[in-house]
Design a protein around this ligand. Structure first.
Ligand SMILES: [Zn+2]
Ligand SMILES: [Zn+2]
Length: 377
């Protein structure tokens, strides 16, 4: 067998990205191999590239938002996690996290992230210069070398299916925010997760959704995906005036029943608290890495206003269910999901893309909404 796979390997912190070749593995029992069609690149990848995630060592093979076609199935792999039969050639979305599914943390506490048998997720396994190799999505192939890897079959186009991960994170936020029929919602930040939060808020029955962020192209997409009104932060740079603009857009001087914070700075968190109506909820998704602290008054910011602040870490417990729900929502269609991926970048462009994500969010003279690596481009 002389078939080979190629992978974009980050050699060190903010270092070179080399394209390395590997023999295609033969999957053992319970394992499978996938030809990667598209792999989303997100802020987490850019943080790892900058050396901000201690658990990942270099050289590293990143990429955890993986969609592709099954090319080889190990013994016993006959169905996806929803019980639907699969065969070689089927397109699937891969659930990257690997917990045992049997222990106390996994089954009783339902905190798979705390599983003592948790192995590094696909796209986080390192170093990449020892077997099993091909454990991340920035490659032509993924070797799902952990028997029992969760995956879901899908007929969606890769550019839409790749939104499964950001949408599952947004769904976690929406569940924590208690948005329901008739709720007023502010989505702060219109990156991929903010855009997916707009979709999720609408699906949850929100009566009014206001998206706050920029630049204009992203706000237009937020409107197309279901936001009733948008507030451009560059046009209203002063936070106090912005709070007024958001309340006007909501048509509600009290603030929102729920704020979904995806902007990702400590200052944005403070601003988000101010946008919640008394008795409402802030679900904070944005400060996913340590960006610092903010002044916080437990009396006047929290108790007196009777608000709830929910920390939302990734797709959370029940991630497998949310991954599945995300595909279901995407399949429902009717929205311009195919416009969210703004850039498809070949493996050779991975470094440029990682730098753009950690920098000014522009690539090829265009604003980035969502980047994806297309390993066959
Ligand atoms: Zn991600
Ligand atoms: Zn476990």
């Amino acid at each position: 067998m002389n078939e080979t796979a190629r992978a974009a390997i980050v050699t060190g912190v903010a270092g070179d990205v080399e394209i390395r070749s590997y023999d295609l593995p033969r999957p053992g029992p319970g394992e499978f191999v996938l030809e990667v069609e598209l792999c989303g690149m997100c802020g987490t990848d850019a943080h790892i590239y900058r050396g901000r995630l201690d658990s990942v060592r270099f050289p590293a093979l990143l990429g955890h938002e993986i969609v592709g076609r099954l090319t080889a199935l190990g013994e016993g792999v006959r169905a996806d996690h929803a019980g639907r039969p699969v065969e070689v050639g089927d397109r699937v979305g891969v659930f990257p996290a690997l917990s045992c599914g049997r222990c106390y943390e996994c089954t009783v506490r339902r905190r798979p992230g705390s599983c003592p048998d948790r192995r590094p997720s696909y796209g986080f396994a390192s170093p990449a210069d020892r077997p099993p190799y091909l454990t991340g999505g920035f490659a032509t192939h993924l070797y799902a070398s952990n028997a029992g890897t969760v995956f879901y079959r899908t007929g969606l186009e890769p550019a839409v299916a790749v939104l499964q991960e950001p949408l599952s994170v947004a769904l976690h936020g929406l569940e924590r925010s208690r948005v329901g029929i008739g709720s007023t919602v502010v989505v702060q930040g219109v990156g991929a997760i903010g855009l997916m939060a707009v979709v999720a808020a609408r699906a949850a029955g929100a009566a009014r959704v206001v998206a706050v962020g920029g630049p204009p192209a992203r706000l237009e997409l937020a409107a197309a995906l279901g936001a009733d009104e948008v507030v451009d932060i560059d046009r209203v740079p002063d936070p106090a005036r912005r709070a007024h603009a958001v309340r006007d857009a909501l048509g509600e001087s009290r603030g929102a029943d729920a704020v979904i914070g995806t902007a990702g700075s400590p200052a944005a968190f403070t601003e988000a608290i101010g946008l919640v109506a008394d008795g409402g909820t802030l679900a904070e998704l944005g400060n996913f890495t340590d960006r610092g602290t903010v002044p916080f008054n437990p009396f006047s910011d929290l108790l007196k206003r009777d608000i709830t602040i929910a920390g939302v870490y990734g797709a959370g417990p029940d991630m497998q269910r949310r991954y599945h729900s995300a595909l279901t929502l995407l399949r429902r269609g009717g929205l311009p999901f195919d416009q969210v991926v703004s850039h498809r970048v070949p493996l050779s462009g991975a470094r440029r893309a990682l730098e753009a994500l950690g920098g000014d969010y522009r690539l090829d003279d265009r604003e980035i909404v969502k980047l994806a690596i297309d390993p066959h481009a």
